[in-house]
Design a protein around this ligand. Structure first.
Ligand SMILES: NC(=O)C1=CN([C@@H]2O[C@H](COP(=O)(O)OP(=O)(O)OC[C@H]3O[C@@H](n4cnc5c(N)ncnc54)[C@H](OP(=O)(O)O)[C@@H]3O)[C@@H](O)[C@H]2O)C=CC1
Ligand SMILES: Nc1nc(=O)c2c([nH]1)NC[C@@H]1CN(c3ccc(C(=O)N[C@@H](CCC(=O)O)C(=O)O)cc3)C=[N+]21
Length: 283
């Protein structure tokens, strides 16, 4: 058996087309959805990612501004800038690219963003809304994973989902979204005693660790759905996920590639959240 591929590029393209369509409707009402991305420092990967995000936005008709600051920017100045963006009615979404320079407290920075403009879904109020099932922005990566499951018509109710990783931006919100769809959810992490024993029971596995080959063929139940969030480099410098793709695809029913899987979906869901923020602001 060879797993079917869930094509993140194709699905993201479809979502961007829907965003473009809804953006047209807002523009017809005189509202220009606007995302401001704040990049502090000159981390090369962050520069590439933020450039991608600006291009995605402008291609779908959303306005996007990239604000760049030197790594030496004082935290207080960044907080002041965020407060000004919060108060600016023309700005609907604010994204502060992570990681931030070491002298900054990332959670303090994120908590300064207005929850109404928190299109990353990283604010504690956004997290609380997800926990309690109230309206709020969902973190883009797990949100994109849910869209991928939806795209294959996967019924989560009664299924066992295993999430590997428990970060605030991927693993934990992923588990909550799966739970909300009535899956039985197990969360694994670095202290999990026998990871394979957990994943072998899973109908759905989400790998969000940041280490190559965390999930290998012998750890996967035949026919399972495998979503690979990881972004790593192999010894040749090639982008790869957390999943041993060539091995696992022989066992799984569905699998996402890296690149071209969850990554493009993360970017697409940022556009969805930004549009949503503009729609809510418009009433
Ligand atoms: N595709 C996309 O759009 C995105 C991809 N990413 C990528 O996803 C990956 C995870 O990101 P993020 O959640 O921010 O990472 P973090 O480093 O914050 O979290 C990693 C998690 O993996 C767990 N872990 C570490 N080693 C093991 C192990 N051997 N077995 C089981 N669990 C383990 C950690 O456990 P513990 O809590 O015990 O330390 C932790 O919970 C990274 O590769 C990142 O680059 C991130 C965001 C978006
Ligand atoms: N405030 C904030 N929000 C984020 O969402 C955020 C962040 N900071 N910091 C960094 C991580 C990482 N992340 C990625 C998103 C998409 C791809 C992506 O599109 N990847 C492409 C490949 C891109 C390439 O070629 O390098 C793919 O998988 O096909 C990658 C990584 C968002 N993050």
């Amino acid at each position: 058996m060879t797993a079917q591929l869930i094509d993140g590029n194709a699905l993201a393209r479809q979502i961007r087309a829907e965003v473009a369509h809804r953006t047209e409707a807002l523009k017809a009402r005189g509202i220009q959805p606007q995302l401001t991305i704040v990049l502090v420092g000159d981390d090369p990967a962050s520069q590439v990612y933020t450039r991608h995000k600006v291009n995605d936005s402008t291609e779908t008709g959303l306005g996007a501004t990239l604000e760049r600051y030197p790594a030496t920017l004082a935290e207080a100045q960044l907080l002041d800038r965020i407060r000004a963006l919060n108060a600016d009615p023309k700005v609907h979404g604010i994204l502060v690219q992570l990681p931030l320079p070491g002298h900054m407290d990332a959670s303090k920075v994120i908590e300064t963003i207005s929850p109404a403009k928190d299109v990353d879904g990283f604010h504690v109020a956004s997290a609380g809304a997800l926990v309690t099932g109230q309206p709020g922005f969902w973190p883009c990566t797990p949100y994109g994973c849910m869209k991928m499951l939806e795209s294959i018509g996967y019924e989560l109710r009664g299924r066992h989902a295993v999430v590997i990783g428990r970060s605030n931006i991927v693993g934990k919100p992923m588990a909550l979204m799966l739970l909300q769809k009535n899956a039985t959810v197990t969360i694994c992490h670095s202290a999990t005693a026998d990871l394979g024993a957990m994943t072998r029971q899973a109908d759905v596995v989400v790998a969000a660790v940041g280490k190559r080959n965390v999930l290998t063929a012998g750890m996967v139940k035949p026919g399972a759905v495998v979503l690979d969030v990881g972004m790593n480099r192999d010894e040749a410098g090639k982008l790869c996920g957390d999943v041993d793709f060539e091995g696992v695809r022989q066992v799984a029913g569905w699998i996402t590639p890296v690149p071209g899987g969850v990554g493009p979906m993360t970017r697409a869901m940022l556009l969805v959240n930004t549009l949503e923020a503009a729609e809510r602001a418009a009433g």
